[in-house]
Design a protein around this ligand. Structure first.
Ligand code: ZN
Ligand code: ZN
Length: 334
């Protein structure tokens, strides 16, 4: 098969020929039809996360078909359309697993990081790390929903917001353009916050009821004038933007961070105390969560905006993602 591997930390991608991998007894082999390129793939490419063994095939937004199953797998069969995200399986025996918190597994695997991922024609993955792709979503649409989609969907559905509540999505990019659609379809009064005024038409077309130009208006004052946000979903990795959003929280409001800035975030604790507010974080979910994400997306017509590339164009594709030039998610079609 053809695969794109990172030969060693920080080294350029190489398009190589490899034997098609055989699934282990509790694994399935997925024929990859589409694989998204996510910012977190830079951990592998740039070698910025310890413990990765090389060479490594990145890719944790895999959409494809089950092609073969291991001898102890009975939940899946060849031909099933499936997706694989960041959470690449769990041990079932550690304390978090025994409490049903599979995402918290102390021995968890990560797709495309602790084992080879989807920048290839085939990938073998633990059977518990695949979720079904419903009809109505094609592979290219499904792929980015397996990381960018699930992250925003799961963060919003696990927040305290209910129908009609004011929910702001900060950032209109790879995560935010999905977050706005989910917020709208979950029944929230949806506000898009962006420092790019040229994103207003797009944000409104994605379902935003209101748009705040954060370069022009103070986002905290703007949200306060609307009654205060129940949730601000912070998708752009900007400490300043997160900090500003805190002042826009209403009663029991919550800033939920999904785009992580690599610096500390100063927070107005007095405002949090006064509103009983909080700042929290959220990371993706497990296979059943992305199955839910895909089903909801198909039901309500939530789709990502994507650019597609063949495997041999991986450098260009990855470069567009890294330079923040992609509109909005980049997908390889092996
Ligand atoms: Zn990701
Ligand atoms: Zn575990």
């Amino acid at each position: 098969m053809r695969a794109v591997e990172v030969p060693a930390a920080g080294e350029p991608f190489e398009l190589v020929e490899r034997p098609v991998p055989e699934p282990g007894p509790e694994e399935v082999r997925v024929a990859v039809d589409a694989c998204g390129i996510c910012y977190s793939d830079s951990y592998v490419r740039e070698g910025t996360r310890p413990g990765i063994e090389y060479p490594r095939v990145p890719g944790h937004e895999i959409a494809g078909r089950v092609d073969a199953v291991g001898e102890r797998v009975d939940a899946w069969e060849a031909g099933d359309r499936v997706g694989v995200g960041w959470h690449g399986g769990h041990c079932f025996t550690c304390d978090p697993c025994r409490r049903g918190d599979f995402q918290g597994c102390e021995n968890g695997e990560i797709t495309g990081l602790t084992f080879d991922g989807g920048y290839a024609e085939y990938a073998t993955v633990p059977a518990e790390a695949v979720g079904r792709i419903p009809g109505g979503l094609d592979d290219v649409e499904a792929a980015p929903l397996l990381c960018a989609g699930i992250t925003t969907f799961n963060a919003l559905r696990n927040s305290g917001a209910g129908p009609g509540d004011l929910v702001a999505v900060q950032g209109v990019g790879g995560l935010g353009h999905l977050g706005i659609q989910y917020a709208r379809e979950m029944g929230f009064e949806t506000v898009a916050l962006s420092s790019s005024p040229d994103k207003e038409d797009l944000a409104r077309s994605l379902g935003a009821d209101r748009f705040v130009d954060a370069g022009e208006a103070d986002p905290a004052e703007a949200l306060a004038s609307m009654g205060g946000a129940r949730v601000v979903l912070a998708t752009a990795p900007s400490a300043e933007a997160i900090s500003e959003a805190v002042g826009g929280l209403g009663r029991n409001g919550e800033v939920v961070v999904v785009g992580v800035p690599h610096e500390p975030v100063p927070v107005d604790v007095a405002h949090l105390v006064g509103t009983r507010g909080s700042v929290s974080g959220w990371a993706s979910g497990h296979a059943k969560d992305w199955e839910d994400t895909l089903e909801f997306s198909a039901l309500r017509g939530v789709t990502p905006t994507v650019e597609t590339y063949p495997l041999e164009a991986v450098d260009e594709a990855y470069g567009r993602m890294r330079a923040n030039e992609a509109r909005f998610r980049v997908v390889l079609e092996p």
